[in-house]
Design a protein around this ligand. Structure first.
Ligand code: FE2
Length: 245
């Protein structure tokens, strides 16, 4: 098996049960946990959707409770995967106020928030929201911007914007593997070429549909972007995030 390194940390995973479109049950979370363990991925950040006004808006407390239950289940079944808290926070009008009140979970206790642009938002609104958040001093990691139509159309402008504002980017492994179509793949490769990508996550939703990349796909990713980049995105940068650096 070809892995980028021994210490892959998946910073984007919908592994918690019953709070979004990830696993519906604890058993399904266990199946996804086994999938990680078989791949040798020992650390996973739980990033369930947080989309206020919808059924997918579990509080920080609920995330912690679910995470503890899944972690206990892993221990009971000998699954050696450590879970860390987080959220995939949708852009929304009250986001800055909620961050201010400390209601939302940063990734793994760091100061960085995984924020998902809305699929339908126009480019100028996305950039204004991002500028507002980074201007207030929040460290933002954009979740899979390559999948967002407005960002796909923005091309070079997006790369320039994130570099100027210190916004970090997490690509989905599936985008590079072509699971989300040509435009997502092309946009991901463009962002890589401009040097503005810091993380690669699985955005896994289960052990079957939208699962983490398998060993063959890891090898394909390594051929595509090179082992050094893969190590930085999946091991070194996530480790810095987890350790608070
Ligand atoms: Fe996600």
């Amino acid at each position: 098996m070809a892995f980028p390194c021994d210490e892959v940390i998946d910073i984007h995973s919908h592994i918690l049960p019953g709070i979004d479109d990830g696993p519906a049950t604890l058993d399904q979370s266990l199946a996804l946990g086994r999938c990680y363990a078989e791949l040798g991925i020992a650390t996973v950040i739980c990033t369930s959707h947080y989309i206020p006004g919808t059924a997918w808006a579990a509080s920080a407390e609920t995330v912690r409770e679910k995470m503890a239950a899944v972690q206990q289940c892993f221990a009971d079944h000998g699954v050696a995967v450590t879970l860390l808290p987080g959220m995939e926070i949708a852009f929304h009008r009250k986001l800055a106020a909620r961050l201010e009140r400390g209601e939302l979970l940063a990734l793994a206790g760091s100061d960085r928030y995984l924020v998902e642009p809305a699929f339908g938002d126009p480019a100028d609104e996305l950039l204004a929201m991002l500028e507002n958040l980074s201007g207030r001093g929040y460290a933002i990691i954009l979740a899979h911007p390559e999948r967002i139509p407005a960002i796909q159309e923005m091309g070079e402008k997006m790369a320039g914007f994130v570099l100027e504002h210190g916004v970090e980017i997490q690509l989905n492994a599936g985008s590079l593997l072509g699971r989300f179509g040509d435009a997502s793949r092309r946009t991901a490769l463009g962002l890589i070429a401009r040097g503005c990508v810091q993380y690669l996550g699985s955005d896994a939703h289960g052990a079957l549909a939208r699962r983490p990349p398998d060993a063959g796909e890891w090898a394909e990713l390594e051929r595509m972007v090179g082992g050094e980049r893969l190590r930085a995105w999946c091991c070194v940068n996530p480790a810095g995030l987890v350790s608070g650096k």
